[in-house]
Structure formats: structure tokens, C-alpha cells
Design a protein. Structure first.
Length: 214
């Protein structure tokens, strides 16, 4: 079903009202003026907070609003005094995210991208959020490997747990491990570093093989 733009905006507002109510807010909606820079307001713990609702299947947090009337097309870039937080409804996850107006222009990601570029993960914004750190694929236990040909897509390799990796590093040489996981020895070394695991010293396996040979 295709929704009209205004219908999507209304749907996002309804979802926001429901979600904020569950979070303990008393929600107010403008009844007379429809030209305020915010769509709804919430009151909780003695604080009055303004929200700008958006329906975003792309996850992009708009930095401006566009509308048209008999006088033509109008574009208004949001300022820090227009409202306090966005309420971004993400239809693919059926959740509302609340980045502060400081995040204008950013994008909330709902699916892990095949890229090393850091991104804002939507789950970090399920409550009113003023600060958030960008994530990368390693934060989710994945490793991107280079394709063997231009047509091959990047593959996501599930990183072993700290306990499993530490055990494997002292049981098998790096050449065997990188073949098993389909990654480079540098990737495995990065896994170990992120876990705080000490790697076997250079020459360890040569010495071990010599001592184990009768």
C-alpha cells in the first residue's frame, strides 16, 4: 500500500504519541496552530520537550522542511531553537528513534552495511539521545573480507568469542586459522587485540614443532 506523504507524517506522529505515552510522557498536540516548528510536545519530570515527527524509511534525519503554497516553494532549515528532539519512525523496524536536533542531517542505520564507514545504529536512539558514538561492523562481531573478484560481494565473517579465539590461537598456527575463517592473519590479529588476547610469540610454532618431533 502506497501512503501519501501527509499520511506518512500523520502515521509517524501517531506512533510517536503511543511510544512517548508508554515512556511516561503526557503528550500535547497543537489544536489551533499548524505552523509551529514542532509537531507534538511531551511533559515528564517537570520538563516540557518539543518533538518534530518524521516518517523515514531511509533513516535520514532531515535538516530542513519543504512545503509549497500559492506563493511557491518554501524551504526552512531547522535551527536549534525550533524543537528539542526528532521522533523518527522507522517502518522496517516499527520503532521510533529520538535523536536530538544536533543530529540534523545524519542517517540512522537499521541494517549492517557492507562498508567500513562508521555509522549511527538505530538502537542507540530508542530513548531521547543527545550524544551517540558511531558504530562499525566490528562492533557486531563481523569482519569484512576482500572479494576475490570485482563481482564477488563482501562477505561477513562471524568472529569467534574471546574464549574460543584464545584457545584456537594456542592450538593452531595462524596459517590454519586464517584458512578456517577465510580472513587474513592481520584480521585475526585485530580480533585478538580487540579482546586483549596475547598472541604466540614469533617462532613459537617452529619451536613447538621441533620439540614435538621424535
Amino acid at each position: 500500500m502506497v501512503h501519501h506523504t501527509k499520511d506518512k507524517g500523520d502515521f509517524a506522529t501517531i506512533k510517536t504519541i503511543f511510544d512517548l505515552t508508554q515512556k511516561g510522557f503526557v503528550v500535547f498536540t497543537p489544536l489551533i496552530c499548524e505552523h509551529l516548528p514542532f509537531d507534538i510536545a511531551g511533559y515528564k519530570d517537570g520538563k516540557f520537550i518539543r518533538f518534530q515527527s518524521k516518517y523515514r524509511d531511509t533513516g535520514i534525519v532531515s535538516s530542513k522542511t519543504v512545503w509549497s503554497d500559492k506563493n511557491g516553494l518554501h524551504i526552512h532549515k531547522y535551527s536549534n531553537t525550533d524543537f528539542d528532539y526528532y521522533s523518527i519512525y522507522l517502518p522496517d523496524k516499527d520503532v521510533v528513534c529520538y535523536p536530538s536536533i544536533k543530529f540534523a542531517g545524519c542517517k540512522l542505520v537499521t541494517k549492517l552495511p557492507n562498508s567500513a564507514t562508521p555509522f549511527y545504529w538505530y538502537e542507540d536512539f530508542l530513548n531521547l539521545t543527545d550524544t551517540a558514538s558511531k558504530k562499525n561492523y566490528r562492533d557486531f562481531g563481523y569482519e569484512l573480507t576482500r572479494p576475490s573478484s570485482p563481482r564477488e560481494k563482501y562477505r561477513k565473517v562471524l568472529r569467534p568469542s574471546k574464549e574460543e579465539l584464545e584457545q584456537l590461537l594456542w592450538q593452531l598456527p595462524m596459517s590454519t586459522l586464517k584458512s578456517r575463517f577465510g580472513v587474513s592473519d592481520k584480521a585475526i590479529a585485530k580480533w585478538a587485540k580487540s579482546y586483549g588476547i596475547t598472541l604466540p610469540a614469533r617462532g613459537y610454532w617452529i619451536t613447538k614443532n621441533k620439540t614435538s618431533t621424535p
